[in-house]
Structure formats: structure tokens, C-alpha cells
Design a binder for this molecule. Structure first.
Ligand code: AHR
Length: 338
């Protein structure tokens, strides 16, 4: 079977790296209730390939483009998958519609990165009733019922915000500073968690004052517009905390248009580590970046293959992220994949 190719590829690395187990679950090849546990289902596959429906958030950022490419490059026919992919354009209603369509098509697995955290129970219950296992990638859902999905793979966003906050506190917060925050999409897991992590890390440093906070929707344009407004109403901005690189890059444009020097007159810290962000960091326009790894395709494929083979997966799989200052960005850039 073609799908075995991926199984072979995954063997050895996946088990340790992802908390996957190749051991059969109790019922082995038998299809079970999708939400009963994190054990594997065989799903409704017929033929050689595993049918996967993937609902993506949108195309809002460089990170998202890299994430989409990673998924599409990995869940290929050659690797044993038949991928249906849809772009929700940052709208929850589009994602719900896509998931319902995957249920109607009878795919074997549904994977998605939820645009916002809440409001998923009904549609996930529909997938569960149809015995279609769901895998969350990148972003979490807020639900009491953890049986509605098999696993959630992605970064620890609270930790990312915390690492940025610690860097700001240690490197800039030795004197009073005014911080403005460019938040991600309202209601999304990364916006909620990155805000929280930053606040947790800086709460005891009385030098750090957040004077304005607004969403730029994770887009470059949004970051630019919000930063223009911040600059007009606040003459004394010392630091920009951007929840992603794209908004930081938009802020750079606004700061330069206002006649100031990004990275010097106004320091910038952000999250992601995409090529454009790393380039700006290497040029001194951004001061520090905590990485968020978008290359989730191979891990997603391993998870699906493991479930399909009757193995088990941990309910939460956290990906590992680095962090970069200017010199580290210069060193990392030549080999940066995204
Ligand atoms: O969910 C991950 C976040 O979404 C990335 O940090 C951001 O760039 C993207 O839009």
C-alpha cells in the first residue's frame, strides 16, 4: 500500500519525537468511536490512500504561507494521502462550512487550524458522530469535551509570549519604557496566549508600561495601520511588541514613514521567525524574535499514519521553538527554509 511508505519513513523518529506509539490499540483495525480516546481509528479509508480534509485559517502571514506549503508538500499522493485543502480567509463560518463538507464527503481524517478558540463544539460533535477523527494543528480550541479531537499539535503560545516578555524585561526594562502591543486576530489562541505570556513575564517589572494594545489581525497591512494610529496618539513609544513578524514588518513601515528609526528610536520584538522577519532582525530593524515553527506537515502526516495503523498519539504535542537576536539571525538566515 502506498501509505506504508510514509509509515516506514516515520518509523523510529516519530515515536520518540511525537509521543506516538506504534503499538496497536485495543481494537486494532476496528473502527472505533472517534472521540472515545486518543487511540487510533482506521477511519473510513477505502483504497490505497488516506483521505484528509484540511481547513486552513487563511493566507494572512508569511508564517501561514510556510505552514500551508509544509502541509501540501507532505500530504501528497506519493506519501499515501489524498488531501482536500481549503482556505477559510480568517472566517470561522468558512471553516465550519469546510469541515461539514469534509464530513459529507466521508474523508478519513479532518485536520484544521482554528481561526478562533471558541464555537467549535457543534461541528466537532458532527465529525465525532460520523466517526471521523479530528486533529488540531497550530491553534487550540476552547472546549470542555476533549474527546472531540484526537490531538493538538503546535507551539506553546504562552511560552512564546513569556520568552519575549523576559527578553524585554531583562534587556530593555532596566529603565521605564512605554510598550505598545500589536495583537493577533481577536479571539485566536495565539493572540490570547501571547498576550498572557508577556503579561506573566513582565508583571513584576514596574518599569514596563503597556500604553496601547490593538489587533492588527496578524497581517502586515493591519500592523502598519494600527502602528500609524499608535504613533499619532502616543509621542513616547519605546517598544513595539508584535504578536507576529508580519505585523512587526508593517510597524517598521509606519515608524520609518514617521521619520523614526525602527530598532533604535523604537525597539521591536516579535514572534515567528519567517525570512522577512529574520532579515529585518539581521539589519537591526527588529531587536528580538521568538520562533514559532510552521513546518507541521511531516508531524501531521506521522500522526495520521500512526492513527491509521492503529497506534496511539498523545493528546497534546508541543513543537520546539528557538529564539534569535541580531547575530543569531545573521547566522541562521542562510539555511532558513521559510
Ligand atoms: O497561529 C500561528 C500564528 O498565525 C502565527 O504566528 C501568525 O503569523 C499566523 O498568522
Amino acid at each position: 500500500m502506498v501509505s506504508k511508505k510514509f509509515s516506514m519513513l516515520a518509523a523510529g523518529v516519530a515515536v520518540l519525537a511525537l509521543g506516538l506509539s506504534a503499538c496497536s490499540s485495543d481494537d486494532g483495525d476496528t473502527k472505533t468511536d472517534a472521540g472515545s480516546s486518543s487511540t487510533g481509528d482506521t477511519g473510513g479509508s477505502s483504497g490505497d490512500t488516506i483521505k484528509v480534509g484540511f481547513s486552513q485559517v487563511g493566507a494572512e502571514s508569511g508564517w501561514r504561507a510556510a505552514n500551508t506549503k509544509s502541509i501540501q508538500d507532505t500530504l501528497t499522493k506519493e506519501n499515501g494521502f489524498d488531501l482536500s485543502f481549503s482556505d477559510a480567509q480568517q472566517k470561522q463560518e468558512n471553516q465550519i462550512q469546510a469541515i461539514r463538507s469534509y464530513i459529507a464527503q466521508g474523508v478519513d481524517y479532518i485536520a484544521f487550524s482554528p481561526v478562533v478558540e471558541t464555537g467549535w463544539d457543534a461541528v466537532l460533535q458532527e465529525a465525532k458522530s460520523a466517526n471521523i477523527p479530528v486533529i488540531l494543528t497550530d491553534r487550540a480550541v476552547d472546549t470542555q469535551d476533549k474527546t472531540l479531537y484526537k490531538t493538538f499539535i503546535g507551539s506553546d503560545f504562552v511560552e512564546e509570549g513569556k520568552r519575549v516578555g523576559e527578553w524585554v524585561s531583562n534587556n530593555l526594562g532596566t529603565e521605564p519604557i512605554n510598550v505598545v502591543e500589536l495583537q493577533g486576530t481577536t479571539g485566536s489562541a495565539p493572540a490570547i496566549d501571547r498576550k498572557q505570556g508577556f503579561l506573566d513575564a513582565t508583571k513584576d517589572n514596574t518599569n514596563i508600561k503597556i500604553i496601547a494594545s490593538q489587533t492588527g489581525d496578524f497581517t502586515r497591512d493591519g500592523g502598519k495601520k494600527v502602528m500609524e494610529g499608535f504613533l499619532q496618539s502616543n509621542p513616547d513609544i519605546d517598544v513595539v511588541y508584535a504578536h507576529n513578524d508580519d505585523m512587526a514588518l508593517g510597524a517598521i513601515e509606519a515608524i520609518e514613514a514617521a521619520g523614526k528609526t525602527p530598532g533604535k528610536d523604537i525597539k521591536i520584538v516579535s514572534i515567528d521567525g519567517v525570512k522577512d522577519g529574520m532579515t529585518a532582525l539581521s539589519e537591526g530593524k527588529i531587536n528580538y524574535i521568538v520562533e514559532c515553527n510552521p513546518l507541521l506537515g511531516p508531524d501531521l502526516a506521522k500522526i495520521i499514519q500512526t492513527l491509521h495503523d492503529g497506534g496511539t498519539v498523545e493528546p497534546r504535542i508541543v513543537t520546539q521553538d528557538g529564539a534569535f537576536d541580531q547575530e543569531q539571525a545573521k547566522a541562521a538566515l542562510p539555511d532558513r527554509q521559510y
